[in-house]
Design a protein around this ligand. Structure first.
Ligand SMILES: [Mg+2]
Length: 252
């Protein structure tokens, strides 16, 4: 894993910025800092300004685990081209079936976990998120959640995250599928994707040299991403760099 803002990475980023590129981001932990109360998540003013500018210079996408409407509302007035919710499945095909499967899963999980303090079930219509950030014994909460999910009558894909277990219909497209679809729709040659969590590994693992540049917020030995940013604050520097590279190109 290499640092994307290091001098040695400058050439890679410049080539990307000057190509037909789709620029895509996760939201929580990537464009916006992680906060204890997920309802309060938002971009810093500076990030928001830079992000709007990047959206005006590049075709941009946000691919989030939040529902599409939830994450859209947090992107304010940025002229963003694509907003994908629910880990890559929304919008998409088979939503009615996914909704039905999720409703069934929710009922079983509520019955199994309803009494657990600090575990909170978020219904995103096409997927569920079981948050245990407020739980006293996080290890216990996590294993109870995983056991309840494993006992579900409907088969689900389990995507662990930061103090959350995501439950997604098994046949649903993931973030990697969504990114490839958007790159095709956009007829882009390359894509840049920045994310920070386990669900973003579906993009990082695509391994498409020359056609996809993967960036993780936070260096990690276990990630498949090729590059990293040291922390979420560095997002602003990356956005500023993307802006200056495109502006430099159009002025020559
Ligand atoms: Mg994230």
């Amino acid at each position: 894993m290499r640092h994307l803002l290091a001098r040695e990475s400058g050439e890679v980023l410049a080539q990307l910025a000057w190509s037909r590129v789709l620029v895509a981001f996760d939201f929580d932990g990537t464009l916006a800092p992680i906060v204890a109360n997920r309802e309060m998540a938002h971009m810093r003013t500076r990030t928001s300004e830079l992000f709007a500018k990047v959206c005006s210079l590049y075709p941009c996408a946000v691919i989030s685990g939040r529902s599409q409407s939830d994450v859209s509302a947090r992107l304010a007035s940025a002229p963003i081209k694509y907003v994908i919710g629910n880990h890559g499945l929304e919008p998409g095909a088979s939503l009615d079936e996914f909704e039905e499967e999720i409703a069934q899963a929710r009922a079983s999980l509520q019955a199994a976990l309803g009494g657990m303090t600090g575990v909170d079930l978020e219904d995103k219509r096409y997927s569920l998120a079981l948050h245990y950030r407020r739980s006293r014994n996080k290890r216990l909460a996590r294993s109870a959640i995983l056991a309840a999910v494993a006992a579900l009558p409907v088969r689900m894909r389990v995507v662990p995250g930061k103090l959350v277990v995501n439950v997604v219909p098994e046949r649903a497209p993931n973030k990697g599928d969504a990114l490839l679809e958007l790159r095709k729709t956009e007829q882009a040659d390359t894509a840049l994707y920045v994310g920070d969590d386990v669900t973003d590994e579906d993009v990082f693992e695509l391994d498409q040299p020359g056609r996809l540049l993967t960036v993780r917020v936070g260096e990690s030995q276990s990630s498949a991403a090729a590059y990293f940013l040291r922390d979420q604050n560095e997002m602003d520097r990356l956005l500023a760099k993307l802006i200056s590279l495109r502006e430099k190109r159009s002025s020559t």
